[in-house]
Design a protein around this ligand. Structure first.
Ligand code: FES
Ligand code: FES
Length: 159
């Protein structure tokens, strides 16, 4: 398979990589750029563990070709923190509410929550559950996850 160069910005850093036409964005992030915070779960678009934000829009990176992201500005879980070690309010709220168990779904959940709150800063419980419909938690920790996001929307977590 003939490789091609893709150039994109990830968490503010510009990268170029030679990828196969069928290399996914998840593979590019994890295998080429070593950004392993993005998890590969199902690989078929069913679990949301691989959720990232190319140009501010949440997608399943396992279903997105790396070459489709030419010129994109991608934010992954590694870039969600506000600056340096200062966690994003969603991350702090997940910790405060005990909204993680094994943690495998957590990066995708946090990225989806950040995407939701960008579009809808004070979502209802129903809106949160709808927004997370594509994110599966094998540990079934949904109640705490939803509570953590509700708390951010309610302004209970300082930004
Ligand atoms: S790994 Fe992408 S949706 Fe499951
Ligand atoms: S915390 Fe284990 S999969 Fe969600």
């Amino acid at each position: 398979m003939k490789r091609a160069i893709v150039t994109l910005t990830v968490n503010g850093d510009r990268h170029s990589a030679a990828v196969d036409p069928n290399t996914t964005l998840a593979e590019l992030l994890r295998d080429h750029l070593r950004l392993t915070g993005t998890k590969q779960g199902c690989g078929t678009g069913d679990c949301g563990a691989c959720t990232v934000l190319p140009d501010g829009r949440a997608v399943n990176s396992c279903l997105t070709l790396a070459l489709e992201c030419e010129g994109a500005e991608v934010t992954t879980i590694e870039g969600i923190a506000l600056s340096g070690a200062e966690l994003h309010p969603v991350q702090r709220s997940f910790i405060a509410h005990g909204a993680t168990q094994c943690g495998y779904c957590t990066p995708g959940m946090v990225v989806s929550a950040v995407d939701l709150l960008e579009r809808n800063p004070a979502p209802t419980e129903a809106e949160i559950r709808h927004a997370l419909a594509g994110n599966l938690c094998r540990c079934t920790g949904y109640t705490k996850i939803v509570e953590a996001i509700e708390a951010v929307g309610a302004g209970e977590v300082e930004g």
